[in-house]
Design a protein around this ligand. Sequence first.
Ligand code: PEP
Ligand code: MG
Length: 596
Amino acid sequence: MKTREPRQPRRARAGEQVFEGLGVAPGVAIGVAHRSETGVVAVPEYEVAADRIEAEKQRFVEAVARSQKQLAKLKTKSRALSADAAEELGYLLDAHAQMLAGSRLVRGVLNRIESQRQNAEAAIRGVIAEITEGFAQIDDAYLSARQADVRDVGERVIRQLTKTPYQAFSQLPEGTIVVSEELSPADTALLDPKRIAGIVTALGGAESHTAIMARSLGLPAVLGAPEALRAIKGGETVVVDGGEGRVVVAPRAATLGRYKKRQAAWAKELAKLAGMKGLASVTRDGHPIALHANLELPRDLPGAVEAGALGIGLLRTEFQFMNRDDLPDEDEQYETLKTIVEGMAGRPVTIRTLDVGGEKLARALGPEIGEPANPALGLRGVRLGLAQPRLLEAQLAAILRAAVHGPVRILLPMVATVGEVRRVRAMAEQVAKRLKRRGLSIGDALPPIGVMIEVPGAALSADALALAAEFFAIGTNDLTMYTLAIDRADDQVATLYNPLHPAVLRLLQFSIEAALRAHIPVSVCGEIAGDPRYIPLLLGLGVRELSMAPPKLPRVKRRVRHLNLLSATQRARAIMEQWDEQRISELLDSFDSEQA
Ligand code: PEP
Ligand code: MG
């Protein structure tokens, strides 16, 4: 994976254009572009009850505010473009933002909600029709462009209201390249890799859940490429080079030929790697390293089994709560978990309790979370579960029931204090008693309860947490984000995001050593666990269990098998004596060539 600063088009020959962005999921995709923002979203139409009018207006006002935020983000992003492009796009975005600031559109919608009791979506469509009808009477190119702007702005707010912007994904033909301003993790979860060949977006960082999801689906993806977004209208042939972070629009025959060869070489490499499945994950000097899979959705289960995962090291259950209007109840959660536990046929499944919040939003949980001022620091992870006990209790009940079908561990996200672990344990004990009273068969003992080490405060108190928890899973994605104060989902600071920063490494080392001293298992399940580059360092620091997106497993195994643990340990020690990030990188990257 390469993260680089977006640059201007390298070449712009007749037809073909090449753009660069963040290459976040490797591989080459060649397909037909589909602009996900264009196209009209189907909207519900209903009469708003008299006592719901104020709430409906508020819903609209909030959607307008979210749209304004989105436009502001795009405006900031546009500054990275060439002067001409930045100016042109800047005007357009300003014009759209103005239309959302007390304009005829906004007033008209509020009016319709109030006087005609129309729901917000229908009111927007009505006002757009009114305004554009007026324009249509006048034959003027400028006004006809404004007409399109009104429609664009209105549709943006509708997408915010319906929060189902990309439902049309399921209708797309095979080989489509999805091109979008921004894809949320929930949107990405809807992408079917059988139809969708690749992804291009204007916004999004390399460690965002959208990027993680693309990697686990094996979809070549380039994020943070606003110039490509400007050039692609939809319908063109596009090449997505997710390794190099390059997007080629309307490629010439020679370019296409070159990328087809690259595609074939990539497929050959994947086929070769598939041969790793039957091989043991053991270092050259004979130390076994457990390789587990990170899983978002049950549909990824065959991929984990196929890759030869020893277990599921991280099940991100929040994806079961996304793209729906209601919450899954205990029975539904149980059925989903049972499928996964049974599918792993006796191999352990580490089920993380709900970790919505931050960039991972679930529509059905909106009322529970609200709109925090700072989502990354708000009511998320285990805090949400403890603040809304019914949510967590239902999930714990489903987990305890699923544990009858195979070995299960419970993992708590975003833990900051020992008290949180104790409270969840007490809750799990109560839930177990209740299940038994209901006559349901569950195990006598609770499954092991572990914590994600992903908040710097948790890492610094890892010695205390190791006494309260039965295992650690180190989440280096969030740990890096919170330690360095760099939003993992923001492409503008993507180049600053560095898990090799000495502060992150010290927290990592302290947490691993605390677990080893307390004799509890410790794994790493952040993205670095699936990147062969970091393996000598992680093993050298004492980690013996890694969890990663299934497609990453064969390459990591190959690295493990080539590596001498004793040398890795010595190299990790040398790295930990350094404070210069550049030197740390050099020591890590020169390891292979120098190891005994
Ligand atoms: C992490 O933070 O490193 C992690 C594995 O959890 P997530 O990526 O789901 O936040
Ligand atoms: Mg995390």
